[in-house]
Design a protein around this ligand. Structure first.
Ligand code: AMP
Length: 249
């Protein structure tokens, strides 16, 4: 069984995001970039399945500028066997990414595609679902547990009402939740070994995919600043303020 894992390069989740003065986007110059967090869970799960002897190859793929190679390299350092970088400049919307992934799936013929449930930069939560539609494959989204069966997967999904368990036939798309596993850190020897693993480079136009944005971003604004809190001296004062000022009781 072969698993293709999509990894996106995004602003690191610890970075305090700053909006450009002209409201045209967020500042990315000299900002720390990392793998989209749920994509680390997707890679970890694929590598664990391979270690359990249930997969033969894990291929990491990223779509983006040249620097997205670092994201693929990190996936190789934690256990992926080889990488693919599909070079495309500017904003690549989920529809374009899913069309690119569709072309790569047709060529690579994986049995499973693992992805993150959502990218923390655009919060779209669309790419996996659109890829499933384009390929006409079953999808299991928000996976918090995956069990590989003979020709199917049993996937537990976190939903508002609790945990839902579904079975999907392989080939399938799975989008991974943060609670799926604990991603490992890359050890120094594995980082060194990853430098020798192959990364194939192609462009979106080689695949015949038009990446022109379909959505016009009108404005990006910072959220309104929160007002400072106050301290009260007694419980009575708190109750009085909740009743008469906040009017919540
Ligand atoms: P989104 O639909 O943008 O919230 O992204 C959902 C998931 O799709 C991410 O967690 C990634 O696994 C995958 N994905 C989105 N954009 C890219 C990209 N440019 N390169 C690789 N994977 C991506």
């Amino acid at each position: 069984m072969k698993i293709l894992v999509a990894v996106k390069r995004v602003i690191d989740y610890n970075v305090q995001i700053r909006v450009k003065e002209d409201g045209s986007g967020v500042i990315t110059d000299n900002v720390k970039m990392s793998t989209n967090p749920p994509d680390d869970n997707a890679i970890e799960e694929a590598v664990k399945i391979k270690e359990a002897g249930k997969a033969t190859e894990v291929v990491a793929i990223s779509v983006g500028e040249e620097k997205a190679q670092e994201t693929v390299r990190k996936a190789l350092a934690v256990g992926a066997d080889r990488g693919i970088l599909v070079k495309a400049d500017g904003v690549i919307e989920p529809l374009a990414v899913s069309k690119i992934l569709q072309k790569v799936v047709e060529k690579e013929k994986p049995d499973l595609v693992f992805m993150g449930k959502q990218a923390i930069d655009d919060d779209c939560n669309q790419t996996g679902q659109m890829l499933a539609a384009l390929l006409n494959w079953p999808q299991a989204t928000f996976a918090s547990k995956i069990e590989v069966k003979d020709k199917s997967l049993e996937v537990t999904r976190e939903i508002d009402e609790g945990l839902e368990t579904i079975e999907v036939n392989v080939p399938a798309i799975v989008t991974c939740d943060l609670r799926l596993n604990e991603p490992r850190y890359a050890s120094l020897p594995n980082i060194m070994k990853a430098k020798k693993k192959p990364i194939e480079q192609i462009t979106a136009s080689d695949l015949g995919v038009d990446t022109k944005p379909r959505i016009e971003q009108i404005k990006v604004e910072e959220p309104p600043k929160r007002k400072a809190g106050i301290k009260v001296a007694t419980v009575e004062e708190l109750v009085q303020k909740l009743k008469n000022e906040a009017k919540v009781i």
